[in-house]
Design a protein around this ligand. Structure first.
Ligand code: FES
Ligand code: CO
Length: 324
């Protein structure tokens, strides 16, 4: 059942890696509780439809794709690339009526990923400027399945106070738990925290522990971004986005762009995976599962300023998915 959150219905969400959707092999996916079939026709185009044949409700993802069509596994109804049924095998002489039509959603490819919107998106897929910047190399990490709601996962990405405890030795250090204040600017389009300073035990290219400065942004209800701010011109940026599969399941995607050339793609993925796998047990343990948007519901510190802004922003936008 489609989860009725108009903000998220009208947004773009990553749904699969581009390379995983190949011609001739329809794949089942799930977004906001809606079962989808994804398939690629011979012209390279991606199709994302409700995974349901309007004849007797069989899953089209179990069917057969040709270069231009998808056929239902049950009685063989044939759908063309626009989702229009063009043939009833039981009555080959009959011209299917216009209402013999699959529910078609918008799909696009960006960052080696297929993105789907279940509605009418006002904004494009979130922008990750470093992806197209020649100085950076970019790697897709994920998707990883997590049994937690999207807003809890985004808030975890925005939270640096947990680094010394959850990511001791990699992102943080128990000798340096104190955080300095930072400012948060909020507009309807994004939240920006311009200078979040974190002690890191072993930042790339520094050779010893150091205070590192980051800019954090929330770009969408389920997409955030960070970039390292430094003078030496070495760059690191992450786009972190969540696929809202259903109310308590998410897919986590991290897109990393870095100017450091001495790490292989596999090393980058292994590092990001290690961080995420440290986060997952904690985030999956959080109760309530739904992120409380009532600020009285949990206690807050000054260092929680960014997550407070995120909760307010979700509330102002009317995001109901994964929130309470
Ligand atoms: Fe799809 Fe009958 S259920 S053709
Ligand atoms: Co973490």
């Amino acid at each position: 059942m489609l989860i009725q959150d108009t903000v998220l219905i009208n947004d773009w969400h990553p749904i699969a890696r581009s390379a995983d959707i190949v011609e001739g092999e329809p794949v089942a996916a799930r977004l906001l509780g809606e079962d989808l079939v994804l398939w690629r026709s011979a012209d390279g185009e991606i199709h994302a439809w409700r995974d349901l044949c309007i004849h007797r409700g069989a899953k089209l993802s179990l069917g057969k794709a040709t270069k231009t069509t998808l056929a239902c596994p049950y009685h063989g109804w044939v759908y063309n690339g626009e989702g229009r049924c063009i043939r009833f095998p039981a009555h080959p002489e009959q011209c299917p009526p216009a209402k013999a039509q699959a529910k078609v959603y918008q799909a696009r490819e960006r960052y080696n990923t297929i993105w789907v919107s279940l509605g009418e998106p006002e904004r494009d897929i979130p922008v990750f400027p470093e992806w197209d910047d020649q100085r950076f190399k970019a790697v897709v990490c994920g998707p990883y399945k997590v049994q937690a709601g999207g807003p809890r996962l985004i808030e975890n990405f925005l939270d640096v106070a947990h680094f010394p405890f959850v990511h001791q030795g990699s992102l943080g250090d128990l000798e340096h738990t104190a955080l300095s204040d930072y400012q948060v600017d909020v507009t309807p389009d994004e939240i920006v925290a311009n200078d979040i300073c974190v002690w890191q035990p072993n930042p790339i290219g520094v050779g010893q522990g150091a205070y590192m400065h980051y800019i954090y942004k929330v770009l969408r209800p389920l997409t955030a971004y960070l970039a390292k701010q430094d003078e030496d011109n070495s760059g690191l940026a992450l786009l972190f986005t969540i696929t809202p599969v259903d109310i308590d399941h998410s897919l986590v995607w991290t897109y990393e762009a870095t100017t450091t050339k001495d790490e292989s793609d596999e090393e980058i993925i292994k590092f990001q995976e290690g961080i995420l796998f440290e986060d997952i047990p904690v985030v999956e343990s959080q109760r309530p599962e739904l992120l409380p948007l009532d600020l009285q519901a949990e206690l807050h510190l000054r260092s929680d300023r960014l997550s407070i802004a995120y909760r307010r922003w979700l509330r102002e936008k009317g995001v109901t998915f994964g929130t309470a």
